[in-house]
Design a protein around this ligand. Structure first.
Ligand SMILES: [Fe+2]
Ligand SMILES: [Fe+2]
Length: 340
């Protein structure tokens, strides 16, 4: 078997925690305790290299020493809070953004910290998820650490009333380590407010974009009540309104010989491809809350980036040539299709 290792950031964040909570004296006591158990790694947090791989045994010795010195309650607090000192985790939370994002990306993230085992996170419903680790069992202390750690992670991503239970453990004969995770579903506010930053200065484009934003906000606010219908509405919206709006931009780009016509269309094309891939996914796996949130996030991110960059460039072109886009009537059929 390959030697189990973990990334330095893990030890660093724990040592920092000790230093902050118990001072230099606490750190000294920890090191003495760890040395008694044969530890021979770096002695101070600043000596640990964040991105270097260290023997996993170091981590285990730390957990044991901490439990011996400070007891169970402190151990739990440490497990819940230590990651906050770790840059990668701050990045992870910033990037995954929501509890659902944390769950569905947990597997990928595991490998950034540990060189062994497989990890998998799956949403079971709103505010319900399961985390499964295969070949990750080392010691009950580590499992206990993970239990609290997941809770802390989800809280940081905005979940309230988090409950994490270690329902099956490879240490007691189960095939895999399983955690049952629940939290009170919270509304994730991804609403966009219309602001000058989104304005292109071409009235018709802005009018259509304002409508885009309005529908997105509608979808956004209904997702936590009924993710299924919010998802279906988002798909209809992507399929109908987005098509219409892109078509309208493309028509004038072509008419006015816009030099970046191809590049601009390519971005719209990517949006269609995404729409298609989501339809396929929904067909294969069914509509899940994770999928609904994923689409919601994509729409918001895509729209803002596209308006601020690509559409604005086209608007600048129109303005520089004193060209305009007349008001277009949205076909009734589209209106009908994207109704709530
Ligand atoms: Fe566009
Ligand atoms: Fe646009």
């Amino acid at each position: 078997m390959v030697e189990r290792k973990c990334i330095g950031g893990i030890a660093f964040s724990k040592m920092e925690f000790v230093k902050e909570k118990y001072g230099d004296e606490g750190l000294k006591r920890m090191l003495e305790e760890m040395k008694k158990m044969g530890y021979d790694g770096p002695g101070r947090p600043e000596d640990i290299k964040l991105v270097k791989w260290y023997p996993f045994e170091h981590n285990l010795v730390f957990l044991r020493a901490f439990m011996n010195l400070f007891g169970k309650d402190a151990y739990r607090r440490m497990a819940r809070g230590s990651f906050k000192r770790e840059e990668r985790f701050k990045m992870f939370i910033g990037w995954a953004r929501t509890p659902e994002g944390i769950i569905t990306n947990a597997g990928e993230y595991w490998h950034k910290f540990f060189n062994f085992g497989e990890f998998h996170g799956e949403m079971l419903g709103e505010g319900r998820a399961r985390l499964v680790g295969r070949d990750i069992y080392v010691d009950p202390l580590f499992c206990e650490f993970l239990t609290e750690y997941f809770a802390g992670l989800l809280e940081s991503a905005g979940a309230a009333g988090v409950r994490v239970q270690h329902t099956a453990c490879a240490g007691s004969g189960a095939k895999e380590c399983v955690w049952d995770v629940r939290w009170r579903a919270t509304k994730v506010d991804r609403s966009i407010s219309w602001s000058p930053a989104l304005e292109t200065g071409i009235e018709e484009i802005d009018r259509q974009h304002r409508y885009f934003v309005k529908i997105l906000n509608d979808i956004n606010s209904s997702i936590s009540e009924n993710y299924r219908s919010a998802f279906l509405r988002a798909l209809r919206f992507m399929d109908h309104y987005a098509h219409w709006h892109f078509g309208s931009e493309e028509k004038y780009m072509k008419m006015y010989d816009y030099p970046q016509y191809e590049e601009h269309c390519k971005e719209h094309e990517k949006f269609y491809e995404y729409t298609q891939s989501i339809m396929n996914k929904a067909e294969l796996q069914g509509i899940t809350p994770a999928l609904a949130y994923e689409v919601d996030k994509y729409l918001v991110d895509w729209l803002i980036a596209h308006i601020k960059g690509t559409d604005r460039r086209f608007a600048e072109f129109l303005k520089s040539r004193k060209l305009s886009m007349p008001e277009e009537q949205m076909p009734d059929e589209i209106k009908e299709n994207i109704k709530g």
